[in-house]
Design a protein around this ligand. Structure first.
Ligand code: XMP
Length: 511
């Protein structure tokens, strides 16, 4: 399979680069810039992309690349910081842009040399997304300038002979017009890709690899009923049939009726399915804990302990399988980017786990690829296109400590929110929507009496990839109906607010 290596220098859009490459039907992986030359050679990429990053290439301790990477004969595309790295290593000069007027942030009119392979077939002028405080003051010998803007003469560089390319802007973000086409040009025109990354192939390869690895062994799958673990169940079921047991743990933090719905859906499949009702033990472990990361870790650990117990009952289970996907891995701090949240099924894992190995057959896939794989495996559309629900469940939607009363309150409020959204036909327009129980109480008046109750926040976003998201513009009249119903029907909530922050700077979930 053709592979692109993405070297991660800590930029915030690194996952987007990977997504764009995959969208062009070329497989890629993101690795930290510290990866060794031997590992790079073993990976055997047809091309390498250097990501952006917050550093300055000329400062001591800034992330650097081993110069030997330029001797491999493999094409390189440097993006933003990555472009400056190419210049810095190959004899150019990068300086702080405060010294001149060339620092640029945001949408910038940019002029391209369309005879360069990267800009081949594109308009000569377009908007690009810039975000740089440094500037390539001197272009390295052997390189041509291939793009400029009003403020900056050196926006893109190219050495066609050695096949090294650099762009100062971010082609991976949607704000850059034709950005994906530029990446596609790099892959197809420069690296000679033919595009062999398809879900049908991935399915066959994954099934083969699972069979090889598991042999006659037994696998226990942690099934939550969400898209990822459902697709994982279907994949494993196809690969190893009755050697698989799916264990669904109802931790008491599911949405209204969700436990029964998951049980109903999966008990229809011909697979070993076990439901464990574990509400009280989870609530006991979480009692009094208000810190978001600790809540996640407690839940992660408790899940594993339940799975270990179930595995003992089944006997001789070597593997624990989870529906971890690539963004979970990256956001939990596998790369060089800061840890945002410990996803319960990655960073939330306890140090010691009583299984021979953890199987995560989806851990290199993005969400939309997982959905595609689900369709490829013949899963029904309602399962494949469900909105995501986080493994730690309502625990990370209750701010502060968690009690049974609070989970019941949130469950009802969330149910009403989702019910009204569906009635208004808004559900197809939203990527994710849910209620959050804040720990703020405020004064209200109901009937003729004073109330002092909780504030509920409504959250709804639209997004392609959950890495960035916009808050959704739900019509006021729908919000109004939701608000009236919740304060009337749910005890202990007397105020509703709507979250109007996008991601970044906020995240989708509140914790
Ligand atoms: P954030 O809050 O990081 O959420 O912007 C991005 C997406 O990830 C989901 N999410 C999780 N999913 N385990 C999961 O399976 C987790 O621990 C977890 N935390 C967040 C979130 O619902 C959103 O879709």
């Amino acid at each position: 399979m053709e592979k692109i290596l993405i070297l991660d220098f800590g930029g915030q859009y690194n996952q987007l680069i990977a997504r764009r490459v995959r969208e062009c039907n070329v497989y890629c992986e993101v690795h930290p810039y510290t990866i060794s030359m031997e590992d790079i050679k073993a990976f055997s990429p047809i091309g390498i992309i250097f990501t952006g990053g917050p550093g300055s290439v000329y400062t001591a301790n800034s992330p650097q690349v081993d110069s030997a990477v330029f001797e491999l004969g493999v094409p390189v595309l440097g993006i933003c910081y990555g472009c400056q790295l190419i210049a810095h290593h190959l004899g150019g000069q990068v300086t702080p842009a405060q010294d001149n007027s060339a620092r640029e942030y945001g949408k910038t009119e940019t002029y391209y040399d369309v005879s360069s392979p990267i800009f081949n077939g594109l308009p000569e002028k377009g908007i690009s997304w810039m975000s740089h405080g440094d500037y390539m003051a001197k272009v390295p010998v052997g390189f041509q300038l291939t793009a400029h803007s009003a403020a900056c003469p050196n926006v893109a560089i190219a050495d066609d002979e050695r096949r090294f390319y650099g762009v100062q802007f971010h082609p991976e973000v949607n704000h850059t017009e034709h950005g994906t086409d530029m990446i596609r040009n790099f892959l197809y025109e420069v690296c000679g890709a033919c595009g062999d990354w398809t879900m049908a192939d991935y399915k066959d390869t994954a099934i083969r690899q699972i069979r090889e690895k598991v042999g006659n062994g037994k696998v226990l799958l942690a099934l939550s009923g969400g898209v990822d673990s459902s697709v994982c169940a279907a994949l494993l079921a196809e690969a190893i049939g009755s050697q698989l047991t799916c264990v669904f743990v109802d931790q008491g933090l599911m949405r209204l009726n969700e436990g029964d719905e998951v049980e109903l859906a999966f008990s229809k499949w011909s697979m070993n399915f076990i439901r464990v009702n574990a509400e009280s033990r989870f609530l006991l472990k979480l009692a009094g804990e208000a810190e978001p990361e600790r809540k996640r870790k407690i839940i992660g650990e408790e899940f594993i302990r339940v799975f270990e117990e179930e595995a003992k009952k089944i006997g001789a289970v070597d593997y624990l399988a989870q529906g971890t996907i690539y963004p979970d891995v990256i956001e939990s701090g596998a790369g060089t980017a800061a840890v945002i949240k410990s996803h319960h099924n990655v960073g939330g894992l306890p140090d010691y786990v009583e299984f021979k190995e953890i199987l995560e057959p989806l851990n290199m896939l993005f969400k939309d690829e997982v959905r595609q794989l689900g369709r490829e495996l013949g899963l029904p559309e309602y399962l494949v296109s469900r909105q995501p629900f986080p493994g730690p469940g309502l625990a990370i939607r209750i701010i502060g400590d968690i009690t049974k009363d609070k989970t019941d309150t949130l469950r009802w409020a969330d149910h009403i929110f989702r019910d009204e959204i569906a009635k208004a036909g808004q559900d197809k327009l939203l990527s994710q929507y849910f209620a959050v129980l804040t720990n703020t109480r405020s004064v209200g008046v109901m009937g003729d009496g004073r109330t002092y109750d909780y504030t509920l926040a409504l959250r709804a976003v639209t997004t392609d990839d959950f890495m960035t998201a916009d808050w959704a513009r739900i019509p006021y009249e729908v919000l109004d109906r939701i608000s009236v119903r919740i304060v009337n029907e749910v005890r202990s909530i007397n105020r509703i607010v709507y979250d109007i922050t996008s991601k970044p700077p906020a995240t989708v979930e509140w914790e």
